[in-house]
Design a protein around this ligand. Structure first.
Ligand code: ADP
Ligand code: TPW
Ligand code: MG
Length: 580
């Protein structure tokens, strides 16, 4: 109990023993549920919440902008299956955090955005409070659930509901609104403690029916060219051994979506990663495990999927995901850990593996593609091109497979996803379902805080700019984060010109040859300007070994990239007034 609280109570002549208040109840409710870290930005009315949380032994990681604290919380949720918590001030702070909350919901990451707010009496009559805003109403359409707590005795309930909503079923973002006066509300400490709820079984196991399991296995049995697609839901499920057992027992080639890379090692004999086009086109049966048939999989139809008819099996915790783009022949609505274990149990020792000629066909294509790529990855051109630089990144991850690899940008993302092999689950974190720029530093800080492993963030120079100020955060907490900025002088390329010949540069171009490494030395970290593949390799290796916050400015040929990386086809084109 704080002195201020005790005095206030004494003034009121109340002497019924120990007291607690809203601040302490929020902190105790989080801790009771195993949440020991808060990511946020302090200010009215939550400054003391952060201070008291730290005093009670929680880790409180302050950022320079709420969006990055929010991204940090969301990826902490993804890595741990426990909702990450982001704490913000009212209105502008809340809005800054909201992008991350919406992104968490879109990506199925469990997170709770806790924001201070103004009193209902003022907001609802629009009397014009300091940072006044109807935050609950604004958050609602952007998250799974939104709650407001008005009474201290409801804090335990509110926190419990928020935790359950974030992790149960399809995980996502939850908003928790804490008006300023709630935090100061005082109540009897014993009653307060009794009001807290430890959530029992927050994400209950969910098994599909016997009929659904048999239907799925029959569908797979009938396939001549089956393919498994593993998505980030499969990585989130932390059923790594169970999934591996299923893939190996079935003998089916698999394709990892970006963040599922490493769930099985990318050099696994059944990996179809380097034969993606062939696998999608030729497969006759596709089994999705924790992956949606959204734009990242061309909605399950069209050119990428070839002309042969396909049957689909899909495991997802959300029943409404079925038939979202194409008919699903064998839906398995359940959690991945239980569902895949149930499939394994039904595949007896004499289970017939997928036809070997299909796996051989994929392996041949994969090995040919890998061989074709190999010399490009060893090129030492100066300035570096994407292949030469990423050849070194690939080498560093192979030599340090526990490193968490954070990746954003356009070319920097698309080339790295294809080139850099991952060997362990949940080691690749990237722009996810929206392809959002700006996750880099938030994800890097949280990955280091949550796992203790070194982080290697390979980010485009534009991507980096969205969260660049957080290098100070990495330095302040002395985190083992190595940022490699792929500096090609701009968005996609640095070569665009202003067609009018006017003084403004083209909208995609930045200051040429910027020295991003100096941003790191400004805060006491290690800055390196790398112009060759050799310098780049040495700097990354040293950073991982030393665990010192490091920023390597990697000078990349400004003409090497392409518009929007590999998704240039999504750009609408103006046909009017274009010069031939
Ligand atoms: P990717 O982008 O890697 O293809 P998506 O984010 O599109 O992956 O899909 C993840 C899917 O996984 C979502 O549809 C989500 O409902 C599902 N999911 C998340 N966790 C689980 C789980 N534990 N069990 C079953 N499905 C899950
Ligand atoms: C929040 C649009 C997609 S990719 C990109 C932008 C601005 C930057 C690409 O340049 P970068 O990479 O990072 O230098 P490279 O290697 O190709 O040069 N705002 C948000 N999200 C997205 N996706 C954009 C804008 C975009
Ligand atoms: Mg760039």
């Amino acid at each position: 109990m704080s002195m201020a609280v005790a005095e206030r109570e004494n003034d009121a002549g109340d002497d019924t023993g120990e007291l607690t208040d809203g601040f302490h109840l929020v902190i105790d409710a989080l801790r009771l549920n195993g949440i020991n870290t808060i990511y946020g930005v302090p200010g009215i009315p939550v400054t003391d919440l952060g201070r008291l949380a730290q005093a009670r032994g929680m880790r409180v990681i302050s950022f320079r902008h709420e969006q990055h604290a929010g991204y940090a919380a969301s990826i902490a949720g993804y890595l741990t299956q426990t909702p990450g918590v982001c704490l913000t001030v009212s209105a502008p702070g809340f809005l800054n955090g909201l992008t991350a909350l919406a992104n968490a919901t879109t990506n199925c990451f469990p997170m709770i955005l806790i924001s201070g707010s103004s009193e209902r009496e003022i907001v609802d009559l629009q009397k014009g409070d300091y940072e006044e805003m109807d935050q609950l109403a604004i958050a609602k359409p952007l998250c799974k659930a939104a709650y407001r707590i008005l009474h201290a005795e409801d804090i335990g309930l509110g926190v419990a509901r928020a935790i359950r909503a974030a992790v149960t079923g399809r995980p996502g973002g939850v908003y928790l609104d804490l008006p300023a006066s709630l935090l100061g509300q005082v109540m009897d400490a014993v009653k307060g403690e009794q009001s807290l709820i430890k959530v029992v079984d927050p994400a209950p196991a969910h098994l599909p029916s016997e009929a659904a399991l048999n239907r799925a296995l029959d569908t797979l049995k009938a396939a001549k060219k089956p393919l498994i697609i593993l998505g980030k839901g499969a990585a989130y499920a932390q059923a790594d051994d169970t999934i591996r057992e299923f893939v190996e027992k079935s003998g089916i080639p698999y394709l990892p979506m970006s963040m599922a890379k490493g769930l099985l090692p990318d050099d696994h004999p059944q990996s179809a990663g380097a034969a993606r086009s062939l696998a999608l086109k030729e497969a006759d049966t596709v089994m999705l495990i924790g992956a949606r048939l959204n734009w990242l999989l061309s909605h399950g139809k069209g050119k990428a999927w070839g002309t042969a008819p396909k049957r689909f099996v899909q495991i997802d915790i959300d029943a409404r995901e079925m038939d979202s783009n194409v008919p699903i022949d064998a839906p398995l609505v359940g959690d991945i850990a239980s569902t895949v274990a149930a499939l394994n149990a039904r595949m007896s020792g004499d289970w017939e593996k997928a036809p070997s000629d299909w796996m051989d066909q994929i392996a041949a294509k994969r090995d040919a593609n890998v061989a074709k790529m190999a010399p490009k990855l060893m090129n030492n051109a100066v300035p570096m091109d994407f292949h030469g630089a990423l050849g070194q990144v690939k080498r560093v991850i192979r030599e340090n497979p526990d490193t968490i690899f954070v990746n954003e940008g356009a070319n920097t993302l698309d080339f790295a996803r294809a080139i850099v092999d991952m060997y362990k689950p949940r080691k690749r974190l990237d722009v996810g379902t929206w392809g959002v720029m700006g996750i880099g530093m938030g994800f890097s800080v949280a990955a280091a805080v949550e796992t203790g492993h070194p982080v290697l963030a390979v980010v485009g120079d534009s991507a980096f700019g969205f969260s660049g100020m957080e290098v100070e955060t990495a330095c302040r907490y002395n985190l083992p984060v190595c940022i490699v900025v792929f500096n090609n002088n701009g968005i996609y390329r640095g070569t665009d010109v202003n067609p009018t010949g006017g003084p403004d540069v083209a909208p995609t171009v930045f200051v040429k040859d910027s020295r991003y490494d100096q941003m790191m030395t400004a805060f006491g970290g290690v800055g390196v300007h790398a112009t060759s593949t050799d310098e780049l390799y040495r700097a990354m290796s040293e950073a991982i070994a030393s665990r010192k916050p490091t920023l390597i400015n990697a000078a990349i040929d400004e003409a090497a990239g392409t518009e929007s990386g590999r998704i240039g086809n999504l750009n609408p084109q103006s046909v009017v007034g274009k010069k031939k």
